[in-house]
Design a binder for this molecule. Structure first.
Ligand code: UFG
Length: 322
């Protein structure tokens, strides 16, 4: 396949690019490098530095590369930041994607695999969450991703766009080579922060809220390995190129870990004490998010290879120690 990856210098995008290239596919990357890292783009990928919201730039890239499809990661993705600055999220996520979809339509490119999120659901009562669950985001980030999904669906109706929206739960881990990993700046995600404490780079991990309606009072999340996630994107693109209809799939492992359980698992994996400090809740956090990924398994043939939280932690820990 010939694939254009937007956000291919970011955390998940760079891992997907590595997986695509390792499987012999041809890859071009578009990234504005606002949050991505140029050195994380696989050396065999063609790199275009620019913004997906720049219509002329994107149309030129698309008509030059003429990909079989686009895997679209480029977006802002921090729940806390989206609550403080929704303008930034609507402009960059919704506005820029609208412009990019127009460029795709004008360039005659009709297949897209889209990086969506469990944050589109909000607080769901029934676990695990299937794709039929109601979507009521509790934060602006999830709201923008839901809007992007809907935008694609209306363009399916109007222009024959084919899409797979992949709603991921909580991603962690790194490429087995150690060449790339999670490098957000500032880091806000639980797993890398816990491991920074284990590595002695931070004094303690703040636990955001211990009064949620969960057994130990801390939020429950479903953690998935970034390489399993990367593989799902490749399978989703093949699914579309085989002529299958547009769809939305959850990606998770179907097992929930509370913040305290994740910290305890990290203590066992690293052999370090990892002190904690109970802090106030963070705005916008749902109490529990656990995925049913049955649809991804049956439609895409996706089988996670590293579903255990210990393996995910070990993979992230290997990078942390570099
Ligand atoms: N948390 C802490 N302390 C920290 C950081 C996080 O207690 O220092 C807690 C959060 O409150 C949350 C859990 O750990 O309960 C996980 O938080 P992350 O920031 O690691 O991940 P989120 O669940 O907020 O968000 C992630 C992605 C989103 C995605 C979402 C879907 O960043 O893009 O998962 O569940 F939408």
């Amino acid at each position: 396949m010939k694939i254009l990856v937007t956000g291919g210098a970011g955390y998940i995008g760079s891992h997907a690019v590595y997986a695509l290239i390792e499987q012999g596919h041809e890859v071009a990357v578009v990234d504005n490098l606002v949050t991505g890292h140029r050195q994380d783009v696989h050396p065999k990928a063609k790199f275009f530095h620019g913004d997906i919201g720049n219509y002329r730039f994107m149309r030129d890239v698309l008509t030059t590369v003429l990909p079989d499809g686009v895997i679209h990661f480029a977006a802002y993705s921090l729940v806390g930041e989206s609550m403080a600055n929704p303008f930034k999220y609507y402009e960059n996520n919704v506005g820029a994607t609208n412009s990019m979809l127009k460029a795709m339509s004008d360039a005659g490119i009709s297949n897209i695999v889209f990086s969506s999120t469990a944050a589109t659901y909000g607080d769901v009562l029934e676990m695990p969450i299937t794709e039929a669950a109601p979507t009521n985001p509790t934060n602006a980030y999830g709201e923008t991703k839901l809007a992007m999904e809907r935008m694609m669906d209306w363009n399916r109706v109007a222009h024959g766009l084919n899409y797979v929206s992949l709603r991921y739960f909580n991603v962690a881990g790194a490429h087995p080579s150690g060449a790339i990993g999670e490098k957000h700046d500032p880091e806000t995600h639980l797993i890398p922060l816990i491991l920074e404490v284990a590595a002695g780079k931070r004094e303690y991990i703040s636990v955001f809220g211990d009064d949620y309606p969960t057994p130990d009072g801390t939020c429950i999340r479903d953690y998935i390995h970034v390489m399993d996630l990367a593989e799902a994107h490749i399978l989703a693109m093949k699914y579309l190129l085989d002529g299958n209809p547009s769809t939305t799939c959850n990606l998770g492992n179907g097992e929930g870990f509370s913040v305290l359980e994740a910290i305890e698992a990290a203590r066992l994996v690293t052999g370090k004490p990892i002190p904690i400090k109970i802090s106030p809740r963070r705005a916008g956090d749902p109490a529990r998010l656990i995925a049913s990924s049955e649809r991804a398994q049956s439609l895409l043939g996706w089988i996670p290879k590293q579903p255990q939280i210990n393996d995910i932690l070990k993979s992230a820990w290997k990078i942390q120690k570099f």
